[in-house]
Design a protein around this ligand. Sequence first.
Ligand code: FPP
Length: 235
Amino acid sequence: MIKNQFKHVAIIMDGNGRWAKSHHHRRTFGHKRGVEVVREIAIRANDLGIQVLTLYAFSTENWKRPLEEVNYLMKLPFYFFEKYLAELMEKNIRIQMIGEMDGIPEDTARVFKKAIEKTSVNTGMILCFAMNYGAQAEIVRGVNRAIVDAKAGKIDHVDTTTFQNYLYTKDYPPLDCMIRTSGEMRISNFLLYQLAYAELLFVDVPWPEFTPDVFEAALQQLSHRDRRFGGIKNG
Ligand code: FPP
């Protein structure tokens, strides 16, 4: 196993549909396989000592997909937690969610809340699902919350550091890196504020084929990047 240096890693899990189609299956088959990959990657990330793994599970734009696929995606948390919640407890992993919980179907929100509550006693890695998440909406929500605090006299301004307290990720370490699978080179409204100094890696492997070893190789590759955060080396 590699020596990991990252605290917060994010992944855009892309390519489920194309992978399924290329194997002559329906797109939903790819999502189902994708859930198994979530388990495998979460366990390896926890073993590597990553503190937060944020996975893009459903974007605010994914509602545009056919209803059948949206319904299927909303059922995945049931399947995942039913099958793996006991194992996540055993591994000391905490489940959390970022995004608009209010906008997702009530029963899906309920299984998430149950998993979040049950695993809240754990002290290991946070497995954070971005569900009904869009970064522009997150920023606008933050601005509105800051306005409320300003009107209440709690703050008179925000700066780039204090504004982070108004984001979903306020309690997480800064984002170190973001990996997107399946070859597309886009950010797709994911963690726009948090990505400012994160290292990006786009891999061709589709999510259903993204194994723990491919994940480790990706982290290894990212660990060779020279992170200067806008400064200069030895500056
Ligand atoms: C993108 O692939 C993937 C998604 C929209 C869904 C990702 C969700 C999971 C892998 C499982 C989440 C698990 C839980 C427990 C919530 P795509 O369908 O856009 O692929 P394509 O680009 O090939 O069409």
